[in-house]
Design a protein around this ligand. Structure first.
Ligand code: GDP
Length: 297
């Protein structure tokens, strides 16, 4: 489970803080050095760690803490609050247009990140919320992608719009939106093609979709198992095509979790959901406070 190792290390630091009673500035500094190491070992972005420790230190060596009844608890509270802030403080929802106005959501990401699976997971969530989603198969390169989307769409009870692999993704997107208008769907989710690495052609294709149809939300899917690479991918996609929100998959796997703690701070874009397994129900809304509690144990 992600964060197990980080949690354990932080809990050890806090245990020794709690046992100390009144804390000296030196105690706090020593503890924060250990927090810093634990975060770096969890693969949190170096600059993010530096800023985080600085913020905690500034608050923790203040008068309130030193004169407080239980300084150890106070430091833990500050670490908790700063972790929540790091992850964006508030839960961010996918922004949907009201009523029958069609919201077009474009899903983007590298091949294998979990984009097609996540696309179907999101369709299920939106359906639960009373939306009428239509999935559009715009990944025309990976032979099994269309079929995979169709199978997953069927499992979710959501229609999949496909034109096979003989049309440009932007044209498929446009036709899907027309279909949605005609049939009363109010949300169109475009499953686009990924590549193994970020490349110009992929970015151009995504840009072309955005130029030719009105995309209201661009959601990037990244794989937590790839650690800081996931953060770098998010930076590149955001620079090239503009991203509104990020979904981090495979947080159920053996990942150190650093991407979850870095993405918001590095890209300025919110984490919307986290993927917690291969099943279509394994998608959780991202709550910064719950995640911080999970990390701090
Ligand atoms: P795409 O190439 O980005 O469309 O990726 P896919 O949707 O085909 O997913 C690639 C693999 O990752 C598949 O085996 C999925 O079942 C798996 N996967 C996707 N999301 C998750 C997740 O949150 N947790 C786990 N454990 N596996 C996932």
């Amino acid at each position: 489970m992600a964060f197990d190792s980080l949690s354990e290390k932080l809990q050890n630091v806090f245990k020794s803080l709690r046992s100390k009673g009144l804390l000296t500035e030196e105690d706090v500094k020593t503890a924060l050095k250990e927090v810093k190491l634990a975060l770096l070992e969890a693969d949190v972005n170096f600059k993010v760690v530096k800023q985080f420790v600085k913020s905690v230190q500034e608050r923790a060596v203040g008068q309130d803490v030193m004169n407080g009844l239980n300084p150890g608890q106070m430091v833990i509270k500050i670490v908790n609050e700063e972790l929540v802030a790091l992850m964006g403080a508030e839960t961010t929802e996918i922004a949907l247009r009201p009523g029958s106005e069609i919201t077009v959501i474009m899903m983007a990401g590298l091949q294998g990140a979990g984009k097609t699976t996540t696309t179907a997971k999101i369709a299920g969530k939106l359906k639960q919320k009373g939306r009428k989603p239509l999935l559009a198969a715009c990944d025309i390169y990976r032979p099994a992608a269309i079929q995979q989307l169709q199978i997953n769409g069927e499992k979710q009870g959501v229609e999949v719009f496909s034109m096979g692999d003989g049309h440009k993704p932007a044209n498929i997107a446009r036709a899907a939106i027309e279909h949605a208008k005609a049939k009363g769907f109010n949300t169109v989710i475009l499953d686009t093609a990924g590549r193994l690495h970020v490349d110009e052609e992929m970015m151009q294709e995504l840009q072309e979709i955005k130029e030719q149809v009105e995309v209201h939300q661009t959601i990037l899917v990244v794989d937590a198992m790839t650690g800081q690479d996931a953060v770098n991918v998010a930076v590149t996609f955001n620079d090239k095509i503009g991203v509104d929100g990020v979904i981090l998959t495979k947080l159920d796997g053996d990942t150190r979790g650093g991407a979850a703690l870095s993405i918001r701070a590095v890209t300025g874009k919110p984490l919307l959901y986290v993927g917690m397994g291969e099943k279509l129900s394994d998608l959780e809304q991202f709550y910064p406070d719950r995640m911080a509690n999970r990390i701090l144990g």
